[in-house]
Design a protein around this ligand. Structure first.
Ligand SMILES: *Cc1c(COP(=O)(O)O)cnc(C)c1O
Length: 414
């Protein structure tokens, strides 16, 4: 075994990290190395105080007057406007609302309506299942010939054809970290007359995204992954400016109405992005996300991406060097430009191995059937975290510490 690096090399990399101060914006528990920020982002320090204030001063004291007094009604657009620069959008193109699943449904239905002569929603088998499920449900609901077609990830671009109404793809594969070329897929979709819907669940907040520049039509994304908005945080959706006033929302709720408080009996969509709202926003959750977004203030997403790539390369090198002899095999693309911000390895006993890691305070996760997944949230993960995790993984594999009954019991959430 070659030991090309020592822990002091990792410490030096951390000292030289231009983003090292950002970790101080988070409340991270002692003794834990957190490599699951791609699934539930860590807690930013200012969230608890903000939520406490919203509960006590806004809800508790100012009661219903808070809808006007504290701008609760504008919160979805305001938070959307803060997410916009992180995804290469302008303020009026993004709104914070609902869950990612629901937003997939809303925008797919809108896309089908904009492209009425085409039959297919095209997606790939690397997509997160909920996106596919929502498309299946939509297909069943509207009936007829319009339905979901799922192809292999590698063949997505070449599968777009003149029947494709909308291409729905997740930018970064949740299991492998493989990343689609957003520009190439979008361009191909447009060449063939299809619309493009991106799911940014595993990329928003982890790397620069240029939705406007690549001329994406629609996008959705998660509030609780790299955006750190807390469990069940509301999601966001993006509609390119050129479509804002032609989108016909399928979930035509009162808060997407032009004049909700006119209480008209007839639905009339609001102008702009607001029409994509449905019902009353979850103010407590959305306030938490709003506060969480402060951690991105003044942060250069290009630097975030550079650190993410460097951390991942470092971790891949360490794990292959130390654990290669124990049947650990890289699943993520080796080429950084084809990868998001997570690194996945395959191991026949991946579930038990991950449970053993978690017991030692190294929190990654497991994805069926045999994937160990490590998320590198560049705002708070350090090089020493990568080093210590690789060392713990080697120890667990070398000693067989994973091979215990308690590590084989599957929990409801893996
Ligand atoms: C995490 C994730 C979701 C989650 O959807 P929810 O509605 O928030 O449960 C959806 N799509 C993708 C691609 C994801 O990674």
């Amino acid at each position: 075994m070659r030991h090309s690096t020592s822990r002091s090399d990792a410490e030096r990399l951390d000292r030289d990290d231009p983003l090292k101060s950002l970790r101080g914006r988070f409340d991270l528990p002692a003794g834990v190395v957190y490599l699951d920020g791609n699934s539930l982002g860590a807690l930013p320090k200012n969230v608890a105080e903000r939520v406490y204030r919203v509960v006590t001063e806004e809800w508790g004291r100012d009661l219903i007057t808070s809808w006007n007094l504290h701008g609760w009604m504008e919160l979805p657009s305001r938070v959307g406007g803060r997410i916009a620069p992180l995804i290469g959008a302008t303020t009026g193109e993004v709104v914070c609302a609902d869950s990612t699943s629901i937003n997939v449904f809303k925008l797919l239905a809108a896309a089908l309506k904009l492209n009425p002569d085409r039959s297919t929603i095209l997606s790939d088998s690397g997509n997160f299942p909920t996106d596919l499920y929502m498309a299946q449900g939509l297909g069943e609901l509207i009936g007829g010939a319009r339905r979901l077609r799922v192809v292999d990830e590698e063949t997505l671009v070449d599968s777009i054809d003149e029947n494709t109404a909308v291409v729905m793809a997740t930018h970064v594969n949740y299991r492998t970290g493989r990343r689609h070329d957003m520009q190439a897929v979008t361009r191909r979709a447009h060449e063939l007359g299809a619309l493009m819907l991106w799911d940014l669940a595993h990329s928003a907040g982890a790397m620069p995204i240029e939705l406007d520049a690549v001329r994406a039509d629609f996008a959705v994304g998660c509030g609780y992954k790299y955006l750190n908005g807390g469990p069940g945080a509301p999601a966001f959706l993006y509609v390119a400016e050129r479509h804002l006033d032609s989108v016909r929302p399928p979930l035509s709720g009162w808060l997407g109405h032009e004049a909700p408080f006119a209480f008209d009996l007839e639905y009339r969509p609001a102008s702009g992005i607001e029409r994509n709202r449905v019902g009353t926003p979850a103010i407590l959750n959305m306030a938490a996300l709003d506060a969480a977004l402060d951690v991105f203030d003044g942060v250069d997403m290009k630097q975030v991406r550079e650190k993410s790539v460097a951390l991942a390369e470092y971790f891949i090198e360490l794990v292959e060097e130390r654990c290669g002899e124990f049947s650990v095999e890289l699943v993520s693309p080796r080429n950084a430009s084809a990868r998001g911000s997570q690194v996945s390895f395959r191991h026949p006993q991946a579930y038990a191995v991950m449970q053993a890691l978690i017991e030692r305070g190294f929190i990654g996760d497991f994805r069926a059937p045999d994937v160990l997944r490590f998320g590198f949230a560049p705002l708070y993960v350090r090089y020493v975290d990568a080093w210590d995790t690789a060392a713990a993984l080697r120890d667990i594999l070398e000693t067989g510490a994973w091979d215990q009954e308690k590590f084989r019991v599957k929990s409801r959430v893996t």
